[in-house]
Write a protein that binds this ligand. Sequence first.
Ligand SMILES: C[S@@+](CC[C@H](N)C(=O)[O-])C[C@H]1O[C@@H](n2cnc3c(N)ncnc32)[C@H](O)[C@@H]1O
Length: 208
Amino acid sequence: MTDHKGFEVDAGADGVDWNAQAASFDQEPDHGLRDPRVRAAWAERLRSWLPGRACDVLDLGCGTGSLSLLAAEQGHRVTGVDSAPAMVDLARAKLAGRDAAFLVGDAATPPVGEQRFDVVLVRHVLWALPDPGRALRHWRQLLRPGGRLVLVEGVWGTVSPVGIPAARLTALVEPLAGQVRVEPLSDDPALWGRAVEDERYVVVATAA
Ligand SMILES: C[S@@+](CC[C@H](N)C(=O)[O-])C[C@H]1O[C@@H](n2cnc3c(N)ncnc32)[C@H](O)[C@@H]1O
């Protein structure tokens, strides 16, 4: 079986062994954000998607914490959740000394108790959850009044595409939000470290 980037993997709950992928995950330009141009492109987008004031961000399926780090650098307090302990270890190391906490858990029902957030941030995770609609409804409950969902998703590949199209995700989110905005991301090679032709986008949904 292969993951959404075509890497061979052992099948896990979602078909991907994320613990096995953790050590090499940051090698992809848009994963590790090691290229300063790619990093700057994501930092600029993230700044435009997050509130201008310091706020509480819940990064679900946070992986190695690359977006968590950008959010922390922009002054936000971050809680990250990932089901793969190896990913959580790397995220903790990446954000050591920052105002950030990382938990092992299921993104669909994150173990955050009664805590509420200004932003639920999810990149490249929702598409692989067994019931995206149910997860979105739960995430909506985790938002403070006026909070927002920031959902970076796509449909990867052309031969055997995987992912969630923007139209389907928008239809799932619209009943939950007062305002929904879709921003295409395929046309900005700086985000990916190369030109891409498949569908990539962010949905920013603000709670009523
Ligand atoms: C493609 S990576 C994206 C990582 C990170 N969001 C990023 O954009 O760099 C998918 C991540 O989601 C995590 N994941 C997959 N299914 C999950 C679930 N049900 N609950 C929590 N994390 C999950 C994986 O362990 C992996 O770290």
